[in-house]
Ligand binder design. Structure first.
Ligand SMILES: Cc1ncc(COP(=O)(O)O)c(C=O)c1O
Length: 392
């Protein structure tokens, strides 16, 4: 069977080699600590699991409407109203099998072959591949550790051509945890909208912002410019529901219809039970969010202190998500000359799995997730520090 030309452009995941090496070590009985995970280490709250059980017992087990059950579309729209002061009508919300699925369908629905898409780097690794799968051209706009991993309008302007169609923003960011301030966010939005671009704001980590930093959402911009702005969110990160696969996207009703038509020919509707669970997440108590945020903030502070002691590592303090993106290029030498080689070394010598920055468009860095228990994190970082010290 042939593999389509389309799929040949997809790059194999850079994390794969580190993962397979980690599995080899585990098979040898070596206790490998993974700081590579992209999901909260907290369980899904009980009231959400209970809602799913109730749905099963009520045999809520049929196909649902393709863009989502009406009450979940409404709850997602109300979430935006509660959180950002602008409720989004249900016909402007589509439910997908995770934020990733919503984003994939959004790009398929908006990007024509040859369209250029501005992607601030470091970026979440799926963006460029999704753009390429739609025949678009990902254009990365790089801002390193010295800039706090945040781009400016001047940097975006420099990469804009008459083919530029879309800008993808992601604050808080995976992998850097960077959060744009209100002023930074507003100036980028204003620039993009004046330029006539579409903006997709990926806000999947919006509940994981650490005070005094504050979340800036594109929802108020969506209200004013519904034809140009779309906002992605979901239950994976905020509600510790990665496996349930529920995401949602706010866009114009016309675009939601187009995405729904595409969804109707791929997944059809989204898992009925998960939709009921997500409804409980969005409508139920949220006190556990503060507990989760507090734990992440505490771990971030502890990790920053340890990393600060390494000497040659540079890590701007992340204001959100649960990642540290650490610039380690000053440790590179003849034997370890890039982020992938360094991650392999850390796995072999420190028995700690982390993700090479090259996967996110920044080979100077490596990404640590701190979605692990405090003592596990402290122990793993100490071992990483020892290996780095050996490098010089
Ligand atoms: C920046 C970003 N956007 C979107 C997603 C998609 O998450 P999910 O498909 O689990 O909703 C992720 C998950 O890692 C992410 O890091």
């Amino acid at each position: 069977m042939q593999i389509s030309e389309r799929l040949r452009s997809i790059k194999p995941s850079l994390t794969l080699s580190v993962n397979s090496r980690a599995l080899e070590l585990k098979a040898q009985g070596i206790n490998v600590t993974s700081l590579a995970v992209g999901e909260p280490d907290f369980p899904t709250p009980k009231h959400i699991c209970d809602a799913a059980k109730v749905a099963i017992d009520a045999n809520f087990c049929r196909y649902t409407a393709v863009p989502g059950i009406p009450e979940l579309r409404k709850a997602a729209g109300d979430y935006f109203g509660r959180t950002y002061g602008v409720a989004v009508p249900p016909e402007s919300i589509i439910i997908g099998a995770g934020g990733k699925h919503c984003l994939y369908n959004f790009i398929q629905a908006t990007i024509n072959p040859g369209d250029e898409v501005l992607i601030p780097a470091p970026y979440w690794l799926s963006y460029p591949d999704m753009v390429e799968l739609a025949g678009g051209v990902p254009v990365s706009v790089y801002a390193g550790a010295d800039l706090g991993f945040k781009v400016t309008t001047a940097m975006l302007e420099a990469k804009t051509t008459d083919k530029t169609r879309l800008l993808i923003l992601n604050s808080p960011s995976n992998p850097s945890g960077a959060v744009y301030t209100e002023a930074e966010f507003a100036s980028i939005m204003r620039w993009a909208l004046d330029r006539g671009l579409f903006v997709l704001s990926d806000e999947i980590y919006d509940q994981l912002v650490f005070a005094p930093a504050r979340m800036s959402s594109a929802i108020p911009w969506f209200q004013k410019y519904p034809e140009q702005v779309a906002v992605l969110n979901g239950t994976s990160k905020s509600y510790a529901m990665t496996g349930w696969r529920i995401g949602y996207l706010a866009a114009s009703a016309q675009l939601v219809k187009a995405m729904s038509a595409l969804q109707g020919h791929s997944t059809s509707s989204i898992c009925s039970i998960s939709q009921k669970a997500a409804l409980a997440a969005l409508e139920g108590p949220t006190d556990y969010l503060a507990t989760m945020r507090e734990a992440f903030c505490r771990r971030r502070d502890m990790a920053m202190e340890i990393i600060g002691g390494w000497g040659k590592a540079i890590c701007p303090t992340p204001d959100g998500a649960f990642y540290l993106f650490v610039d380690v290029h000053q440790y590179y030498n003849d034997s370890v000359s890039n982020s992938t080689e360094l991650c392999t070394r850390l796995l072999d010598k420190a028995h700690v799995a982390v993700v090479p920055g090259a996967a996110f468009g920044d080979d100077n860095c490596i990404r640590f997730s701190y979605a692990v228990a405090d003592d596990v994190l402290a122990d793993a970082l100490a071992r990483v520090g020892a290996v780095l010290a050996e490098l010089g």
